[in-house]
Write a protein that binds this ligand. Sequence first.
Ligand SMILES: Cc1cc2nc3c(=O)[nH]c(=O)nc-3n(C[C@H](O)[C@H](O)[C@H](O)COP(=O)(O)OP(=O)(O)OC[C@H]3O[C@@H](n4cnc5c(N)ncnc54)[C@H](O)[C@@H]3O)c2cc1C
Length: 345
Amino acid sequence: MNSVATIVGGGLAGLSAALFLRRKRIEVRVIEAKCGVIDRVCGEGILPFGVEILEELGLAKQARARGRVLKGIKYLCGKRVAVGRFDGKTGIGVPRHELHQIFRAACKNEGVELCEGRSVSVEEGWVDARGLRALRERSPMITSRRVGARMRLNIDIGDRVCVAFEPFGEIYMTPIGPQQTSVAFLVYPNCVPPGVDWSIWLKAKFESCFPEYGECPLQDFAVRAPIAGFSTEPLGSRKAVGDSLCAFDPISGSGMSFALLSAYHLAQYWQDQTSFVRAIQPAIKAIDSFTGLLLWCSGGGWRSSLMTRQLARRPALFNEILRLHDAKHQVTDLGALKLGMLITP
Ligand SMILES: Cc1cc2nc3c(=O)[nH]c(=O)nc-3n(C[C@H](O)[C@H](O)[C@H](O)COP(=O)(O)OP(=O)(O)OC[C@H]3O[C@@H](n4cnc5c(N)ncnc54)[C@H](O)[C@@H]3O)c2cc1C
């Protein structure tokens, strides 16, 4: 052992950073506010570039066994559909708590010290893996918040993640097992009528979208997701991974994969912050440009109804941006992801 690392936040980013640091024979302590296995509202799909890092950690097989292989992404808006296929590589849809369980067990096996049930401030030299909480602290410009809820349905939607854009927000559908689909709603708070409890409103909305599943219990965790926002302020000497380094809008579908990638680079350049920043910058720019394209297609503001129409009109542009988006996420020589696009109006 030649060093000790303290990581604040035991989500995916914090635990993967802990594992990569342990592989470098660094002693690691993770401080997490919650106890036990953590679940949260989110889509549950890991893109192929994140799967590459799971492979690197030796955890992809376990994740696949508890989830489902993904072969692409589909955006839906009314009757318009934009479909992207992963070319030659696959993602994984896996229930979030199962993924956390896999990481937590690996950390315990590999001698990571887990201090759970403690909420602390990040001290100089510690790793900030506190997720959106850290981002909101640093970036007051990200003020708009969406609220969300998630549930799981016993239905099969094929092997693609689906993002459906509705006037009230987005619905993320991720296949997570045979006949199992995770459905997360992310809703603009101003869509909820004043004085109405958002979780009651959301449940009614869910029931109207999926009438045949109205009896399913809605897991109504609140999330504070950035609204079409991301923060790329200079890192300086701050060590950070995952959402607390740079949060992307969920539409990019990259959050977990970026958490894994940033953890990989952090450990790789543990003693060299400049190289860490240099290594992670291309991924940040690539995801930014992807999200930026989606926002641009939505007409500057957030008008998702326009977005899919624009994508359908410009398949070549969408294809190119997706290519750029994914080609930049290589860990070492992992090859470009290359999404083949098929746009159907
Ligand atoms: C609706 C929605 C859909 C999404 N869909 C996808 C998707 O399909 N695919 C994808 O890859 N990503 C998706 N994301 C994004 C993804 O969930 C996040 O990017 C990812 O979870 C970030 O991981 P993290 O470890 O950085 O943060 P988190 O998972 O938020 O972990 C941070 C941890 O830090 C802890 N913490 C915070 N403050 C303190 C403190 N002071 N002391 C101790 N502990 C603290 C918290 O308790 C938490 O456990 C989605 C997000 C949303 C909201």
